[in-house]
Design a binder for this molecule. Sequence first.
Ligand code: SF4
Length: 313
Amino acid sequence: MDVPTNAPEHCPGTESEQAGKADACAGCDNQQVCASGQTKLPDPNLPFITQRMSTVKRKILVLSGKGGVGKSTFTAQLAWAFAADDQLQTGIMDVDICGPSIPTILGIASEQVHSSSSGWSPVYVQDNLGVMSVGFMLPSSHDAIMWRGPKKNGLISQFLKDVDWGDLDYLLVDTPPGTSDEHLSIVQYLKESGIDGAILITTPQEVALQDVRREIDFCRKVGIRIIGLVENMSGFVCPSCKTESQIFKPSTGGGKKLAQDTGIELLGSIPLDPRIGKSADYGVSFIDEYPDSPASIAYLDIIDRIKVILGDQ
Ligand code: SF4
């Protein structure tokens, strides 16, 4: 029997004939959706997800073709950069089931998720930046997750359905590397609510670019708009002597050439800065700590481009 987290005690189940009509349904937040009959369709989660996501203005997927390109660090720093504007409410949903690192990067790994009558509450890094992560569900950050497809998909649908984000301007969804069942689930579950687009993260090396090409193909096949490409670890500027060197060589032209070849916008290039990793280790905002660094300026420029592309500025 499917019973949402925010259902009252005697919920008859959202797929039952009594859904939305039973005495227990009086006053339940889901009554309208349940009474509409949509919850008896093949996937009863969809109407709840659509209802929950209706308070989230922009839903952006962060994708990378392979691991190790700094996707989660990018997502965290981007969220911090969005949240630097206290007029904006920002959220991160970390569904990187293989390696949920967002709580550690944001310095909230020891926090626990609380559930209330309105669903699961995100963990707040600051007043306008909330986070929900698979990592909060693990007994310890050293625990491996060995879940099969249906369980992974069940967790993703539960995250989308049960997290009480409230009114959000931007929700960044940090996904696992590559294109897997989880990506297809997210796309299916958010189809009705609408995904505003995807940001693809790569490094300048050909090996990373090859995987991003697959990611581009995936987005095009499932009809997700690509907001743009971000080249991470793009050159290294020594914080002391300011000399720039190429650690990950763009032997085939890097993100710039890929963007030209595919007609996708290169939103920006973020230089490798050892202080980004250090900020992630200490769970602090790199942009707040080093606002004048080339990487911080790159993050803020990327946000400006995202807003322009989405028509928010
Ligand atoms: S309205 Fe839906 S979720 Fe609420 S109690 Fe009734 S069947 Fe359960």
